[in-house]
Design a protein around this ligand. Structure first.
Ligand code: ZN
Length: 249
């Protein structure tokens, strides 16, 4: 195979993003996966030992990455992202906002049925590190209660709202609620700033490497459009997009 110049690479990214934009629009009204109830609660993840309470990335010596999503916003973008990931054999991690689950309860099962990780991103997505202990506890518990009711499990992961990292207090509260590890990230796609699909893909692909945990968001068209470009390039680099549970197992 010949070498691909930076200009050619950029052209491919832009072309891919354009195609994906059209696909994203087409998928916007896709119906939700019917979702069968399997009943049994998932097993706790078998994590490798001695992990810190707050995780920013997985092992750097294995060709695996985790694409993690803020579970909020337009459910059409969520369904489009999930369908695209599944087309590529990729598995995602969705950190769901509790009020988003109230508005779209079917998505909890949709995510789990697709083989993705589902976790807790607080009840209302407020600045949890600035809250009192009682308020922060209620934010974590409120989302955990919804996850448990909808899927039979509080999920494996907690991510704080409005901050990449959790304060020591919030970390302790998350652990008390059943989340041994707070999930941060080492690659920020900045997709929530709507910089254009090509910019989202470029930033992720410039920074992602073995073990990376990437922060992405449902609710933004740029993310939907960038995802096929990112997944194709990950394939080319031999990096598998796996659940966070798998990344750390
Ligand atoms: Zn968020």
């Amino acid at each position: 195979m010949g070498r691909v110049t930076a200009t050619e690479r950029r052209a491919v990214l832009l072309a891919g993003a354009g195609l994906a934009l059209a696909a994203g629009c087409a998928n916007r009204n896709a119906v939700a996966h019917p979702g069968h109830s399997s009943g049994s609660a998932p097993a706790r993840p078998a994590l490798s030992g001695n992990l810190p309470a707050q995780l920013t990335h997985g092992p750097r010596d294995r060709p695996r990455v985790a694409l993690t999503f803020h579970g909020g916003g337009d459910p059409g973008t969520a369904r489009a992202v999930l369908a695209e990931a599944e087309k590529h054999g990729a598995r995602l991690t969705v950190l769901a906002v509790g009020t988003w689950l109230d508005a779209h309860p079917d998505l909890a099962r949709r995510i789990r049925d697709g083989g993705h990780d589902l976790g807790n991103h607080t009840l209302r997505h407020l600045d949890i590190n600035a809250m009192s202990e009682a308020e922060a506890r209620a934010e974590i518990a409120g989302c955990a209660e919804r996850l448990e009711r909808l899927t039979g499990s509080v999920g494996s992961w907690f991510r704080p709202s409005r901050s990449p990292t959790a304060s020591p207090l919030v970390t302790r509260l998350a652990q008390e609620a059943g989340y041994p590890h707070v999930l941060s990230y080492d690659v920020d796609s900045l997709d929530f700033t709507s910089p254009g699909a090509a910019a989202v893909a470029r930033k992720v692909l410039a920074e992602i490497r073995e073990g990376s945990v990437v922060s992405l968001h449902f609710g933004y068209d740029d993310t939907v459009a960038a995802l096929p470009v990112v997944l194709e390039e990950l394939d080319r680099r031999g990096l598998a997009a796996v659940t966070t549970t798998e990344l750390f197992s």
